[in-house]
Design a protein around this ligand. Structure first.
Ligand SMILES: C[S@@+](CC[C@H](N)C(=O)[O-])C[C@H]1O[C@@H](n2cnc3c(N)ncnc32)[C@H](O)[C@@H]1O
Length: 180
């Protein structure tokens, strides 16, 4: 019994430490998007059967999961450099057929995104600013980008979706971009 308590305490400390580390190591810690806005995100992403969809900073994988249920023919790749969300995502999506949603424990700045036709991000403005040149360099013309709550500075969205949520809540706006 005492051993079990010690093991649980160690596990709690390790997971807590890893979570805290993810707050420092990333400029956008793991904060998941509320479930109520998932349908709107899926709609804004407008995934077609041949699309290759990336969630950059995929957290617990909920956005890719929602997209997959609407459009299972597409390919989905989530990238997150924090270990805890990546492990949680793998556990949450374990029942989805193998190969449909890949979850990579990587830094998206070091990953070639040229295969993406549709990208979703929920990241702070500073990170979006650093990411924009990479997206402009690597994505093909016409690629669709959906950013939740934060805009890419200096780029005109083709659509801004107001999700009509109260001030202070997450998931209030979606900015939709198409690469020109
Ligand atoms: C605000 S959460 C978004 C989670 C999920 N996309 C959602 O909408 O629910 C941002 C995620 O980005 C990840 N992240 C931040 N910088 C990253 C990087 N350079 N490479 C990979 N993941 C990163 C963090 O670990 C965090 O899980």
């Amino acid at each position: 019994m005492q051993i079990a308590i010690v093991i649980i305490c160690i596990l709690v400390i390790v997971v807590g430490f890893m979570y805290q580390w993810s707050l420092f190591a990333t400029r956008a810690p793991f904060v998941e998007i509320p479930k109520e806005v998932l349908d709107d995100i899926v709609k804004a992403m407008d995934v077609g059967p041949g699309d290759v969809v990336y969630d950059l900073g995929s957290g617990d994988g909920r956005v890719l999961e929602a997209c997959y249920h609407r459009r299972p023919e597409a390919r989905y790749i989530g990238i997150d450099k924090a270990l805890v969300p990546n492990v949680v995502a793998k556990w949450r999506l374990r029942k989805i057929p193998k190969g449909k949603i890949e979850l990579l424990h990587k830094n998206f700045f070091k990953y070639d995104l040229s295969g993406a036709t549709c990208v979703y991000v929920y990241l702070f403005p500073g990170l979006l600013k650093s990411l924009l040149p990479k997206l402009q360099r690597e994505l093909k013309l016409g690629a669709r980008i959906v950013s939740c709550d934060f805009e890419f500075e200096g780029v005109e969205p083709i659509e801004v979706v107001d999700l009509k949520r109260p001030k202070g809540k997450r998931g209030r706006r979606l900015y939709v971009y198409e690469l020109k």
